[in-house]
Design a protein around this ligand. Structure first.
Ligand code: GUN
Length: 281
């Protein structure tokens, strides 16, 4: 294990400190509402950690928990009510929703300017076309980790493994904006190892334990692990343990990218609030 550990806590703390200063500069604390449906323990735990950090940086934050059997129409009404409240600056519907609910219309019901997840189609379009908008938190966190640890992106080869709307696709758009040469690969990519071997920066975001192995990685590369799976009761990432013997730097799991994602939720909320308060409406 020779790679440097890219500690997510240090990055998250630095971001939280800057966000707290921005919150303190506002006359009224931004208000963030989380919406969670059902009792999935992982979702409940994520929302708790987001709300805890929100409060730590001085936001007003609350969580609406709806019963697992809530129907689509009821959920839509509740989301629209919260979005319409002028006192609310940010809204986040925790995913995944229970199987009987369709997340598409729910995400589109969020005002793009309050969409702290950056999942609304308007924000997707803004990101890809280079307009200011709200950008998904995990990709923002990956960028922040690179900046914090001075991992170059400009002109570098970045291979992203995973093409989700939450991580892979927006990370590609964001890192293109930083002048990286981006390849978007996935679980069905032919010769994944050959592609990963070209990368200066590897982002592993498939959700398949150990899909990126030490034999794929170029010595000295930076490897950022977004995957999270439970194997034999343990939380493991998409990066196999032998990557640490080859790479120059790796995010640990846990303690890596996830903590920075949470920090980006509060950063997006203060950004949304600042913009709403300086825009004549
Ligand atoms: N579930 C897993 N990651 C996320 C995320 O970034 N945002 C939301 N809303 N739900 C998630």
């Amino acid at each position: 294990m020779s790679a440097q550990s890219l500690d997510g806590r240090a990055v998250a703390d630095a971001i939280a400190e800057r966000v707290a200063e921005r919150v303190a500069a506002l006359a009224v604390a931004p208000r963030l509402v989380f919406i969670r449906v059902g009792e999935d323990p992982a979702s409940a735990s994520y929302v708790r950690s987001k709300q805890r950090l929100a409060k730590r940086v001085g936001l007003r934050a609350e969580t609406l928990v709806l019963a697992a059997e809530t129907d689509q129409a009821t959920l839509m009404i509740r989301v629209r009510e919260i979005v319409a409240d002028d006192d609310v600056d940010g809204v986040l519907v925790q995913l995944p929703l229970p199987d009987h609910l369709d997340e598409g219309p729910v995400l589109e019901a969020i005002d793009p300017d309050k969409d702290v997840d950056g999942f609304h189609a308007v924000n997707v379009g803004r990101l890809w076309s280079g307009q200011p908008g709200l950008v998904p938190c995990t990709p923002l966190g990956l960028e922040a980790i690179c900046d914090h640890y001075q991992i170059a992106l400009h002109g570098q080869r970045v291979v992203i493994v995973g093409r989700s709307n939450l991580v892979g696709k927006p990370a590609a758009a964001l890192l293109l904006r930083r002048h990286a040469t981006v390849t978007l690969a996935h679980s069905r990519t032919r010769d994944l190892g050959g592609l990963v071997a070209e990368a200066d920066v590897v982002i592993a975001a498939v959700g398949r334990a150990g899909i990126v192995t030490g034999s794929m990685v170029r010595p000295g590369a930076a490897v950022l692990d977004v995957g999270m799976s439970r194997v034999d009761g343990r939380i493991v990432g998409d990066v196999a343990p032998d990557v640490w013997d080859v790479a120059g730097a790796v995010t640990p799991m846990p303690g890596g990218t996830g903590l920075v994602t949470v920090a980006m939720v509060v950063q997006n909320t203060v950004t949304a609030a600042e913009r709403r308060r300086t825009t004549a409406r």
